[in-house]
Unconditional design. Structure first.
Length: 137
């Protein structure tokens, strides 16, 4: 049996919309996977580590608390409110404002601040130190 032409056209439109919606979702979830891999290397499969899709990217959590992550091509680091002002003064760092509202204690670090292994390791460690200072979730 063949489908009526109208039904075939409707099916094709549904498929096209589904493909477009999936591509749009992939774009929203796009993040620098090589930066995420570099962070994983620093964290070295710590048993307290959990990776979770969040903020349109990926988050690395220690004992259930976000330590750092990748959104787009930037690194998100949770430094805590007390270290916030100093952290945003560092080269290539800025305030995390994912929702349009600045989040005190969270910062974003651009690629220029993550070029060397030592720079990346320092930022990862800052996030890990703060996350481990919080109660286990």
């Amino acid at each position: 049996m063949s489908m009526p032409a109208e039904a075939l056209i409707v099916d094709q439109l549904i498929v096209q919309r589904t493909v477009r919606a999936n591509l749009a979702q992939e774009d929203r979830m796009a993040y620098d996977k090589s930066l995420a891999d570099r962070i994983r290397t620093v964290l070295k499969s710590d048993p307290r580590l959990i990776e979770k899709q969040a903020f349109g990217g990926i988050s690395f959590m220690m004992n259930g608390n976000v330590a750092c992550g990748v959104i787009g091509d930037e690194m998100m680091v949770r430094v805590g409110p007390a270290a916030h002002d100093e952290a945003v003064q560092r080269p290539h760092a800025r305030i995390f404002d994912f929702s349009g509202r600045p989040s005190r204690g969270w910062i974003m670090v651009g690629a220029g601040g993550l070029q060397s292994k030592a720079d990346l390791k320092r930022w990862v460690q800052r996030g890990v130190d703060f996350a481990l200072s919080l109660p286990v979730k």
